[in-house]
Ligand binder design. Structure first.
Ligand SMILES: Nc1ncnc2c1ncn2[C@@H]1O[C@H](COP(=O)(O)OP(=O)(O)OP(=O)(O)O)[C@@H](O)[C@H]1O
Ligand SMILES: [Mg+2]
Length: 150
């Protein structure tokens, strides 16, 4: 598969979600990797706007999991926005309800967007989409999509 990547700035970030979603929609589990301040939460927030999420999207760092109601292709869908940055181990993720969110994604009844997935990679499953965001300038970013088949 050819590598899919996007370059964008804070000024044109809203041009990205439509094409991003063409690639991402089949995947119920989407992970976001990039250094602190790379723009994971910012992109998820713009993606959620595109997916007609009503509630304001904020960083779930203090809640671990935020739940949003989205409207995707005419259907109401649940999105779990999970930030594992402060997580110590996988057992803590299970306690925080992350396993239940992941199970729903596995069954196709919710989407999970996960920041800092490496903190609980034992809970991840395939197929999924791994997204990497690189800082290429003050407001320039490069996003790369990697499909994990199994
Ligand atoms: N093209 C861009 N895309 C996203 N954010 C950008 C961009 N250019 C500048 N920024 C700025 O970079 C910061 C990104 O912060 P954000 O909280 O989204 O990062 P994060 O990757 O979620 O970090 P953390 O690991 O702490 O959760 C914001 O202050 C945002 O305004
Ligand atoms: Mg974040």
């Amino acid at each position: 598969m050819a590598t899919i990547s996007f370059e964008y700035t804070l000024g044109n970030i809203d041009s990205i979600p439509a094409e991003f979603w063409q690639h991402a929609a089949p995947y119920r589990l989407i992970t976001f990797t990039g250094e602190m301040g790379a723009g994971k939460t910012t992109f998820i927030s713009h993606l959620c706007n595109y997916l007609q999420v009503e509630d304001a999207v904020s960083s779930p760092t203090f809640a671990l999991v935020n739940e949003y109601a989205a409207y995707i292709k005419g259907r109401e869908e649940v999105i779990y926005h999970i930030d594992l940055y402060r997580l110590c181990d996988a057992a803590e993720a299970v306690n925080a309800g992350m396993e239940d969110c992941i199970d729903q994604a596995k069954r196709g009844s919710a989407y999970c967007f996960v920041e800092w997935p490496g903190k609980a990679d034992a809970l991840l499953f395939a197929p999924r989409l791994d997204v990497t965001i690189e800082v290429t300038g003050e407001t320039e970013r490069r996003m790369t999509l990697h499909i994990v088949e199994r």
